[in-house]
Design a protein around this ligand. Structure first.
Ligand code: NAD
Length: 326
């Protein structure tokens, strides 16, 4: 049985990844400082090392015991907030990744799957974002994810020069929503679905920013993917790295189809049974009309496919939110 370290495994996506790795028959150790994660999200059967990536002793403890590879999800993920806290974003996402790569090298851990983000593309001027679409991050957060990808590429090159085994892959997630089980949910105060559910719970009417964009219904189009599908792509990546099979350096985890804000609101109304018509607020500066990703490469190599409809994604988010407030 191989053992994988999941950094950020007490977080929303990381806990789903930890669960999927356990279900695949692997052992899991989680390293998490619980800054935005929750102890209760760590699945039964996974060991939790409570500590920060910035604490070398904690990292060494997490990497002890023949770890086959690392899924690195820990980080500071609030793109909007990162504009106000760039140094914090860089410390949590870049310095922490340097610390992790150093500790991995010293412990002879040779494989890493890295959580990157659609944020590396900024505002792409194409109908479908592919992995070769130019990167142009527009927030410190997006920059830190791109630097993370560069660190992996540089470390791969250095390892090749030294004749040392090291393999990595970066997965660029688009808009991750839903829950694989009622035990784990997105608790971010900034992500769209939990924000809308919180507004509804307070009896207020959710707002859409702008309805005059050049999209079919005038509202922004985004690419939503289910967190459990995202988690399975990590297991496929881990498997390929274990087998020493080649992977691209980066993959988009996007659906190939978008949903508009209005469509998402309708799905939320259907799931919650709350009949509401969203208010229309002014456009927000910097919001691109539409971002849809091409997931063809991930479908080819990482068993990536949409196993859930938008309605099912939203219904699972609502179910987990209900379970938490019960
Ligand atoms: N949610 C999305 O739609 C989305 C999209 C693109 C990329 N991502 C990336 O996916 C990853 C996971 O996101 P999430 O939505 O699960 O966020 P999350 O905040 O729920 O999870 C992050 C986890 O990392 C932990 N953590 C943060 N800093 C740490 C540190 N220094 N040491 C140890 N643990 C630390 C937190 O406590 C938390 O459990 C992040 O790297 C994020 O940037 C998320």
């Amino acid at each position: 049985m191989t053992r994988w370290l999941v950094t950020g495994g007490a977080g929303y996506i990381g806990a789903h990844v930890a669960e999927a790795l356990l279900a695949s028959g692997r052992d899991v150790v989680v390293l998490d400082d619980l800054s935005s994660g929750h102890r209760a999200f760590v699945p039964d059967g996974a060991e939790l090392v409570e500590g920060s990536l910035l604490d070398r002793a904690a990292l060494d403890r997490a990497l002890a015991g023949d770890v086959a590879g690392v899924v690195h999800l820990a980080g500071y993920k609030y793109a909007g907030e990162s504009v106000r806290r760039p140094l914090h974003a860089y410390r949590q996402n870049v310095t922490a990744t340097v610390e992790l790569l150093e500790a991995m090298r010293d412990a002879d851990v040779r494989r890493i799957v890295f959580s990157s983000s659609a944020g590396v593309y900024g505002t792409p001027d194409v109908d479908r974002v592919t992995e070769s679409t130019a990167t142009a991050p527009e927030s410190p957060y997006g920059e830190t994810k791109l630097v993370g990808e560069w660190l992996l590429a540089d470390e791969r090159a250095a390892a090749a020069l030294e004749g040392r085994a090291f393999a990595s892959v970066a997965l660029r997630y688009f808009n991750v929503i839903g829950s694989g089980s009622d035990r784990i949910r997105d608790t971010s105060p900034h992500n769209l679905v939990p924000k809308v559910l919180a507004v509804l719970a307070e009896g207020r009417t959710p707002q859409i920013n702008g309805d005059d964009y050049p999209t079919p219904d005038g509202t922004n189009v985004r690419d939503y993917v289910h967190v459990a599908d995202v988690a399975l792509a990590h297991v496929a990546a881990a498997e390929r790295l274990e087998r020493g099979e080649p992977l691209e350096p980066v993959y988009n985890l996007g659906s190939g189809a978008g949903a508009s804000n209005l469509e998402l609101m309708r799905a939320i109304a259907a799931a919650t049974g709350i009949d509401f018509t969203p208010g229309i607020a002014p456009r927000r500066a910097g919001d691109p009309a539409s971002i849809v990703a091409d997931g063809t490469l991930a479908a080819r190599d990482l068993d990536w496919r949409m196993r859930h409809t938008i309605d099912a994604m939203v219904a699972s988010a609502w179910s987990a939110a209900q379970a938490a407030s019960a």
